[in-house]
Design a protein around this ligand. Structure first.
Ligand code: AMP
Length: 435
C-alpha cells in the first residue's frame, strides 16, 4: 500500500515511525516531513495547507491512504477534496472539523447534547460580550472563536482583564477573523487531561490515556505552548472515569454530529478539566495531540494502519486496541525563544549516540538537514520519548537520553511526569490498572 502522512512535527514522525512497522505499507511518503521523518519515509516538499498540491501528488503517486496530522488542512477541507477526487483520507471533513475550528460551534453542540462543560455565552458584538463579562464577574475565560494557534484563550482573574481581552480580540483583531466572535466562559478549576478516541462516525474506540504539559516552564509557569512533554497512562483517569468520559462526552458528541448529518471520522481529542472525579470539556481537537501522539504511538501494539483503515471504511465495530502495559514519557526539547520567535539552523549534537537506543525513540519536530547535519528548524525541535515499567522509570530513561543531546539555546522542562508521580503517591498508582 502507498501511504501519505501530512504534516512535519513530532506527531507526524511518530505516525510515520509506527506506520513503517506495518507489514502492508510498501511506500510511505510525508509532506513536508522533517529530518527525522526522512529516515522512515520519502519527504515531499508540499506544505500541509497546500490542498491542491497534495491532491495532485496523491493522484500522481496513486496514494491508497492519506493520514492528516495537523488541524489546519482538516478545517480547510482536505478530506472533502480528497474524497471528491476519489482518494481515501483519514480525518474529519471540514464540517466535522468545526469542532476545533469554531469554539462557538463546539460549545453549542455540547449544550445541545447536554455534555458537561463550562457555562458560557457566544458574542459577535464587543459591547454584548463586555456586558456579559460584567454580569458573570471574574475569574472568567475569554476565547477567540476561530483558530489562533493555541493563543486565543485568555484566563482572566479580573473583570478589567477580561474586558481588555474582549477589546484585543474583537476590536484590535489580534487574531484577525478568529476573533470576530468570542466565547466567554466560566473558569474551571481542576487537573487537565487529554482524552483521545478513534471513531468511524458510529463506533467510538477510546485510546490510552495521556496528559501533557502546556506551560513553558517547570512548575506549570510561563507562557502556554503547543506542549512541552507528555506521559501515558494518566493515572488520574481511572477505568470508572474513562467509562464516564466515553458515555457522557465522546459518544454523545459523535452521535450529536451524526444527527446533524455530519459524520465524524478520525481522532477526536477532548481537552478535559477533571475535578472530584468528574470531567468537563475545555475544548476539542480534531486530530492527535502533540506531544501526546508520541507517547501513545510508542505504547500502541496494534497495527495502526489496520485501525485507521477500519475507521475510514466504517468498520471499527468489534475492533480492539492493544497497548504495551509499560508507561511512556516524552520530553520536548525546544529552541531558544520558544514559544516566541526562534532562531533556526543551530546544529544539533548527540543524536548518533541514541540511534541504537532500545528503550525509546527521539522523534523529530522542527529539524532539517543542512550539509548532511541535523539542525534546528522550528520551536519544538525534538520529542525524546522513552518507555519504562513505571512512569518514574520512563522519566529517568527519557532524561538520561536528553543528556546526550545539545545545541546552543536548547531548553526543556525538567519536571515532565512529576504531576503523575505526585498523583501516584496520593493514589497508589498501579492499583487502577488502566491504560
Ligand atoms: P483551550 O484552547 O480552549 O483548551 O484553552 C487553552 C488552555 O486554557 C487550556 O488548556 C486550559 O489550560 C485553559 N482553559 C481553557 N478554558 C478554561 C476554563 N474554562 N477554565 C480554566 N482554564 C481554561
Amino acid at each position: 500500500m502507498r501511504v501519505l502522512v501530512i504534516g512535519g512535527g513530532g506527531r507526524e514522525h511518530a505516525l510515520v515511525w509506527k506506520l513503517r512497522q506495518s507489514p502492508r505499507v510498501d511506500r510511505l511518503y510525508c509532506a513536508p516531513g522533517n529530518a527525522g521523518i526522512a529516515e522512515d519515509a520519502e519527504c515531499v516538499p508540499i506544505a500541509a495547507d497546500n490542498l491542491k498540491g497534495l491532491v495532485r501528488f496523491a493522484e500522481e503517486r496513486r496514494i491508497d491512504l492519506t493520514i492528516v496530522g495537523p488541524e489546519l488542512p482538516l478545517t480547510l477541507g482536505l478530506v472533502d477534496r480528497f474524497t471528491a477526487a476519489g482518494l481515501r483520507a483519514f480525518g474529519p471533513t471540514a464540517a466535522a472539523a468545526r469542532l476545533e475550528g469554531s469554539k462557538a460551534f463546539a460549545k453549542e453542540l455540547l449544550r445541545h447534547e447536554r455534555v458537561p462543560t463550562a457555562f458560557f455565552g457566544v458574542f459577535g458584538d464587543p459591547d454584548d460580550a463586555a456586558r456579559y463579562v460584567k454580569e458573570v464577574g471574574a475569574p472568567v475565560v475569554v476565547k477567540a472563536d476561530g483558530l489562533a494557534a493555541g493563543k486565543g484563550v485568555f484566563i482572566c482573574p479580573t473583570v478589567a482583564q477580561a474586558l481588555e481581552a474582549v477589546d484585543e480580540l474583537m476590536r484590535a483583531r489580534l487574531f484577525g477573523d478568529a476573533g470576530s466572535r468570542v466565547v466567554v466562559e466560566e473558569f474551571l478549576a481542576g487537573e487537565e487531561v487529554s482524552f483521545m478516541a478513534l471513531t468511524d462516525g458510529t463506533t467510538v474506540l477510546p485510546l490510552a490515556t495521556s496528559q501533557d504539559h502546556k506551560r513553558a516552564l517547570d512548575g506549570d509557569r510561563g507562557p502556554n505552548t503547543g506542549g512541552m512533554g507528555a506521559y501515558s497512562p494518566a493515572p488520574i483517569v481511572t477505568p470508572a472515569l474513562r467509562d464516564r468520559i466515553m458515555g457522557e462526552i465522546m459518544e454523545p458528541v459523535v452521535r450529536g454530529l451524526a444527527r446533524q448529518g455530519v459524520r465524524y471520522m478520525g481522532v477526536l481529542y477532548a481537552g478535559l478539566m477533571v475535578e472530584d472525579g468528574h470531567a468537563k470539556v475545555l475544548e476539542f481537537n480534531v486530530r492527535f495531540g502533540d506531544p501526546e501522539a508520541q507517547v501513545l504511538l510508542l505504547r500502541l501494539r496494534s497495527d495502526l494502519l489496520e485501525l485507521i483503515e477500519r475507521a475510514c471504511d466504517g468498520r471499527l465495530a468489534g475492533a480492539t486496541v492493544d497497548w504495551d502495559a509499560r508507561a511512556a514519557v516524552c520530553v520536548v526539547l525546544a529552541a531558544e525563544g520558544y514559544p516566541g520567535a526562534v532562531e533556526r539552523g543551530r546544529r544539533i549534537e548527540g543524536l548518533d549516540a541514541l540511534r541504537a537506543w532500545e528503550r525509546g525513540v527521539v522523534f523529530h519536530a522542527g529539524t532539517k538537514r543542512t550539509d548532511g547535519a541535523p539542525v534546528t528548524d522550528g520551536g519544538r525541535v525534538l520529542g525524546v520519548t522513552a518507555r519504562g515499567d513505571t512512569i518514574e522509570q520512563a522519566v529517568a530513561e527519557a532524561y538520561a537520553a536528553v543528556g546526550h543531546i545539545s545545541w546552543p539555546g536548547m531548553h526543556y522542562r525538567r519536571d515532565i511526569g512529576q504531576r503523575a508521580l505526585a498523583g501516584a503517591a496520593r493514589r497508589e498508582m498501579g492499583a487502577h490498572g488502566g491504560t
